[in-house]
Write a protein that binds this ligand. Structure first.
Ligand code: HEC
Length: 248
């Protein structure tokens, strides 16, 4: 994993009581970071309105709920305060943020980390175990892994199988030509991040719907994580990375 990605995620975690996930993040690294892809020619996952009203649609919804509200719905598998959607932004839809539609069609795949071919279920278990700091992950045939797999399968509807789509994984961020600017970083932080992360990065446990709405959050009820997600979508990843590197 590139240090920038590490630093970017570290910034996400400043609000949390545990630091274990910073190590975990490195463990998750698998793909070669690539240049960010533009929004044009990007794969479009289906919209919720297209979901059928049947058992399959219901399971997709369960997977979605688990993805965005993991800590509350599966507390036995989450050792930190995170939801999957804190790192896989916009409900696992956002390109260049390890979107689920980019991942699903690429498994089974060999992973150096555990030196074997991983099924998609095993890949999900990896994120539970390391990114969620969750200890023993849910079993491959558990309701949690099943629902999350079905959600990912649905997001990847009509994606080609085994073809790496632009926007998969996280992009590499180039070094700024003039080096890092601490003053500018502090300014961005106070203006964009402090509302959720507190002025000195200690974090806040609760963020009101009103303050989140300021950033155009879709689901303010989730509180701080949703707020963080929204902010990250608004700032370019390079801005966040540069701030995080400067702060580290
Ligand atoms: C702390 C951040 C973080 C959290 C939380 C997190 N992940 Fe991940 N996830 C990552 C990183 C980093 C990668 C590695 C991407 C790479 O290899 O470039 C990854 C990879 C993945 C992949 C494989 C992506 C691909 O294209 O091969 C899947 C699937 C995935 N995560 C699902 C989940 C699920 C489901 C959850 C919640 C249970 C979750 N993640 C929580 C950071 C996180």
């Amino acid at each position: 994993m590139k240090p920038c990605m590490f630093a970017a995620v570290l910034s996400l975690l400043l609000a949390l009581p545990t630091h274990a996930a910073t190590i975990a993040m490195e463990d998750q690294s698998q793909l070669q970071p690539s240049a960010a892809h533009s929004a044009t020619h990007q794969f479009q996952p289906p919209e919720e309105s297209e979901l059928p009203d049947n058992a399959y649609g219901k399971l997709v919804r369960q997977g979605y709920a688990l993805f965005v509200d993991t800590k509350r719905l599966a507390p036995q598998f989450v050792g930190n305060g995170l939801n999957c959607s804190n790192c896989h932004l916009d409900q696992g839809r956002l390109a260049n943020s390890a979107p689920l539609w980019g991942a699903y069609p690429m498994y089974p795949a060999y992973r150096k980390k555990n030196d074997k071919v991983n099924t998609f279920a095993e890949r999900l278990q990896g994120c539970f175990q390391f990114s969620m700091n969750g200890g023993t992950p849910p079993a491959a045939d558990s309701p949690q892994i099943t629902a999350l797999s079905v959600y990912a399968y649905w997001l990847a509807s009509k994606a080609p199988l085994g073809v790496e789509l632009p926007g998969r994984g996280y992009p590499d961020v180039a070094q700024p030509a003039k080096g890092y600017n601490l003053g500018q970083g502090a300014e961005v932080y106070q203006g964009q991040c402090a509302v959720c992360q507190a002025p000195r990065g200690r974090g806040r446990r609760s963020v009101t719907a009103t303050s989140c709405r300021r950033y155009g959050v879709r689901t303010p009820t989730i509180g701080a994580p949703a707020c963080t997600e929204s902010i990250l979508q608004r700032l370019s990843s390079s801005t966040i990375c540069h701030w995080a590197r400067a702060a580290a």
